[in-house]
Design a protein around this ligand. Structure first.
Ligand code: ADE
Length: 246
């Protein structure tokens, strides 16, 4: 997958993409991430990227020209065969989720634009961008951290990036449930024991226990998620018992 990120603060991306799964994914050529400075696409002496809002008001608005030219340089560069998502990170976008991450992981190329200040000129939204994403109902000072969140969640889903395909299957939100509790050695730590069933070697029993724990945890912490999950009759009965005991 190729990812092009357009930002006013390219240095912000040095840390996160230089470590852990990113470093491995990049060196194994599973993903190719290019960071572009929007300021490089200005033509004036002072490299101005923002201006006062028409109609007045506080703050500055990102000008359309450098953003259009920056993104178009990459589009023409790649020939842009298939439909190419051009995503603006903004608190006004659709809410990011595991399902959106999975959707984006199916493309071979993504373009992300990090908004700033009071926002971007509306013509960028109307005539350049194909999608707008928010990572939550709060306002960040810019789209950079949001872009990192999106890229992280997408890249770890790409085949070969994590150790084994199975690693993402039990993730919280992949099944629609929160993940079951996990334990590792020692079997007893400060007198706190790992649940017996996990030491039993009985894979069917372990799978059953994990599924039930995931349902219990989801019921406790995010009950609204349970409405959207496919549960067996037996599992639905468990949920009803949990509700009754509240
Ligand atoms: N830019 C500022 N706040 C944001 C948010 N919540 N999501 C995406 N981009 C943003």
């Amino acid at each position: 997958m190729r990812i092009d990120i357009f930002t006013l603060f390219p240095n912000m991306f040095d840390g996160p993409f230089g470590t852990g799964i990113f470093q491995r994914a990049i060196s194994n050529q599973l993903v190719n991430i290019n960071i572009h400075n929007i300021r490089d696409y200005t033509h004036d002496k002072h490299h101005i990227v923002d201006d006062y809002p028409y109609g007045g008001g506080t703050g500055m608005v990102l000008k359309p020209e450098p953003i259009f030219e920056a993104v178009e340089s990459v589009k023409s560069d790649t020939g842009s065969e298939e439909e190419l998502p051009i995503i603006l990170l903004t608190p006004q976008g659709r809410l990011f989720s595991q399902a959106v991450a999975r959707e984006l992981s199916g493309y071979s190329h993504l373009i992300l634009i990090c908004g700033h200040y009071e926002g971007v000129d509306e013509r960028v939204r109307q005539h350049l961008v194909t999608d707008e994403i928010s990572i939550g109902d709060y306002v960040l000072s810019g789209g950079e951290l949001a872009a990192m969140v999106v890229v992280d969640a997408v890249v770890r889903l790409l085949p070969g990036v994590l150790g084994s395909e199975a690693s993402t299957q039990d993730d919280s939100h992949t099944t629609g449930l929160l993940q079951h509790p996990q334990y590792t050695r020692p079997a007893v730590y400060r007198g706190w024991s790992v649940p017996e069933v996990l030491l039993s070697g009985n894979h069917a029993q372990i799978a059953k226990w994990r599924r039930e724990q995931a349902i219990r945890r989801t019921h406790e912490r995010r009950p609204e998620l349970l409405d959207k999950v496919n549960l067996t009759l037996e599992e639905r009965q468990l949920v009803n018992r949990l509700k009754d005991s509240m």
